[in-house]
Ligand binder design. Structure first.
Ligand SMILES: Cc1cc2nc3c(=O)[nH]c(=O)nc-3n(C[C@H](O)[C@H](O)[C@H](O)COP(=O)(O)OP(=O)(O)OC[C@H]3O[C@@H](n4cnc5c(N)ncnc54)[C@H](O)[C@@H]3O)c2cc1C
Length: 280
């Protein structure tokens, strides 16, 4: 497959050479990103082309904008009923240009947990977004659970999965707090944020790379509360049942791609390892 490098002027256009790719993926959404990372992890040279939305529907027109619109609607509803709370007002107008804008997002928080099961490591996250001015009603913006058939002792598997999704949602530039249910994950996460060069495994190197694009990130222990209870309950439910929410993905290939591991070694490993599953 061949494509032409983009250039800014006609004079440089004549100097461009065709570039070789093994695979061209049309559409740059969540599904395409998983596919691109998986094939790239297997050593393929992959190009992703989107006609309009970098990152796909989720960050541009679906998950995030819809939560922002819901938040704006709540604010309007409170304002309309402000007299019930002793606040008088003389009419108001709604500027639709400000409704659903990503500018309303102030911070992101992830509740992350994982459990060992006979089927492998079950992990997941819940994402909460805070709006500007201290309002905390953009939550939960997203939720995801996966089953990784690996049985190795890798505390940061669920953390990486959560960080990848944060990047898909294009939230990496915001202030981010990771709340860990798992003590070992918290300890490794805090160590890697402070000293990225201590990363050992492919998954740890993947985490270190992802932390590297997040200028404001901190890790804390998840204490009992609404998000702790819900994440625990969902993990316990998925430990017992294989639900129809599960779809296949390959976290190991992604880790190798993002951590810069040797692709040939990875394809050798993949032949002996079963596929993994995720749910959204
Ligand atoms: C209102 C709404 C709210 C949602 N809220 C949530 C939520 O809170 N949490 C959650 O987990 N999920 C949520 N979802 C679901 C989530 O958005 C989707 O599951 C996810 O975006 C699907 O990813 P995808 O890669 O399959 O498709 P998409 O993300 O839609 O990606 C497809 C891409 O292909 C591109 N494309 C299409 N045709 C072509 C072409 N011919 N050439 C080039 N590019 C092309 C499109 O521009 C698009 O960018 C929500 C969806 C909606 C509609």
């Amino acid at each position: 497959m061949k494509s032409t490098e983009s250039t800014s002027s006609a004079s440089t256009l004549t100097k461009t050479r065709p570039e070789e790719f093994d695979l061209l993926i049309l559409g740059g959404g969540t599904g395409s990103t998983i596919a691109a990372w998986t094939f790239a992890g297997e050593g393929k040279r992959v190009a992703v082309v989107d006609r309009k939305y970098i990152g796909g529907s989720c960050p541009n027109i679906a998950c995030l904008p819809s939560k922002n619109i819901i938040h704006s609607a709540k604010v309007v509803d409170y304002f309309r009923r402000s007299e019930e709370f002793g606040i008088a007002h003389d009419g108001f107008t709604i500027e639709m240009s400000g409704v659903g804008s990503a500018d309303n997002i102030a911070a992101a928080a992830l509740t992350i947990g994982q459990q060992r099961t006979a089927r492998g490591i079950l992990g997941g996250y819940m994402l909460k977004l805070d709006a500007r001015h201290g309002a905390k009603s953009l939550n939960p913006a997203s939720e995801s659970y996966f089953l990784d058939h690996a049985h190795d002792n890798e505390p940061l598997r669920a953390t990486c999965w959560a960080l990848v999704h944060l990047c898909w949602l294009q939230l990496q530039r915001y202030s981010i707090t990771l709340y860990h249910l798992d003590r070992a994950a918290l300890v490794r996460c805090a160590a890697l944020i402070a000293q990225p060069d201590t990363a050992g495994s492919a998954v740890e190197r993947m985490a270190a790379r992802l932390f590297g694009v997040m200028p404001e990130i901190k890790a804390l222990e998840c204490v009992k509360g609404r998000f702790f209870d819900r994440a625990n309950e969902k993990l316990n439910q998925l430990t017992r049942f294989a639900t129809n929410e599960l779809v296949p993905a390959d976290l190991r290939a992604m880790a190798a791609t993002l951590s810069g591991s040797d692709a040939a070694a990875l394809s050798g490993r993949n032949q002996n390892q079963p596929e993994q599953s995720v749910s959204r």
